[in-house]
Write a new protein. Structure first.
Length: 361
């Protein structure tokens, strides 16, 4: 199980660790560990802790440089408190810092997965965070909700719990509408569910809102892991969730092959291929994407890069590895297979995106 802890739960408004609450969470983790469950933690809080120590304005988020300095300073304090509290429960903590590229590059992803699984096998509790001291605005997860889902995928986890300053997904914003109703179970993430999201973070301290949590749920459920959004505003929040069931659970899909789950969870597509209705139907039947079904190509990508595939209305349909670079893809869109040799001047490949290298969302 992957447990994600938001900044507002771990750090109080003054920038100090909420030790009493965190001790209760660690007690929950220890109880799960003693029961035989492997647990990893994705912990926010480094920037908030570092900003207090460095006396930086706006919680360390006034500039990228401030955020990086705060993260570098706060990460030491964050790892120390986790190691201390887990150690008091007889558990060993390990620190793993990752960047977006570490989980988007296939080889580095597999290396990270191997390290994570070895630590879990040794009954160690990995404490994972984005390496904000080197991440840039362009190349970063930006929130630990999606990072937790990607970690769950790498670890082959069965469940993800997002402990947050909200207690679930509502049909409208509960802070502005007292009649809002919580959605307790989501079998499928569709346009109706996405419309319920609110980008705001209630605390003003974290970087994720409901949009990031639904994005995380897409990644986790596609990889075969259930995901729950649960309030952390109680002591022993894991026990409270087990006892009451209060929260929103996104139900896992049928487990996809590991490579296709990794493709589906990718966040950094280099381009987009737009397709017609006929191609949409073909992809849903498990077919490859042929050039004839493509209507438009966006972005700059090379052969082998991850591209998004969008339907006629622009909605995301699939992700896959392109068999062509962007320039050649532009030349062959809408062309039938027998026309491609004349257009390209060389023997064409079997598909624009082959089904073996594609994940339908």
């Amino acid at each position: 199980m992957i447990v994600k802890v938001g900044s507002a739960l771990l750090v109080d408004p003054s920038g100090a660790v909420r030790r009493e609450w965190l001790t209760s969470l660690v007690a929950d983790i220890a109880a799960r560990s003693r029961a035989g469950q492997q647990v990893a933690v994705v912990s926010s809080g480094a920037i908030a802790l570092g900003a207090r120590r460095l006396k930086l304005a706006k919680g360390g988020r006034a500039s990228l440089e401030d955020a990086q300095a705060a993260a570098a300073t706060g990460q030491i304090a964050l790892s120390q408190v986790w190691a201390e509290l887990l150690g008091a429960e007889g558990l060993t903590a390990a620190q793993i810092l990752v960047t977006l590229d570490d989980l988007e590059d296939r080889r580095r992803y597999l290396n990270a997965a191997a390290t994570l699984n070895r630590l879990l096998g040794l009954n160690v509790v990995p404490v994972i965070n984005e390496n904000d001291s080197v991440a840039t605005a362009e190349i970063r997860f930006g929130d630990n909700d999606r990072l937790a889902a990607r970690v769950a995928q790498a670890a082959g986890a069965q469940g993800v719990i997002l402990l947050s300053d909200v207690d679930g997904l509502y049909d409208c914003n509960p802070t502005t509408n007292p009649n809002a109703t919580m959605i307790e179970r989501v079998e499928r993430i569709d346009a109706r569910i996405e419309a319920m999201a609110d980008t705001g973070s209630a605390s003003g301290m974290g970087s994720g809102g409901m949009v990031s949590k639904i994005a995380a749920a897409r990644i986790a459920t596609a990889a075969g892991a259930h995901l729950a959004i649960v309030s952390g505003h109680v002591s022993n929040p894991l026990t409270a969730f087990a006892d009451t069931g209060r929260g929103t659970v996104f139900v896992a899909e049928k487990t996809a092959p590991a490579r296709k789950a990794w493709l589906a969870g990718g966040l950094t597509a280099r381009g987009t291929v737009h397709i017609d209705a006929g191609a949409v139907a073909a992809l849903k039947r498990g077919k490859s994407l042929l050039a004839a079904g493509a209507t438009r190509v966006e972005g700059s990508f090379a052969r082998g890069d991850l591209v998004a595939i969008a339907g006629p209305d622009g909605s995301p349909l699939a992700r896959g590895l392109s068999e062509y670079d962007a320039a050649d893809a532009l030349r062959i869109i809408g062309k039938r297979s027998e026309e491609l040799t004349a257009v390209l001047g060389y023997a064409p490949r079997a598909a624009l995106v082959h089904r073996n290298h594609m994940a339908v969302l």
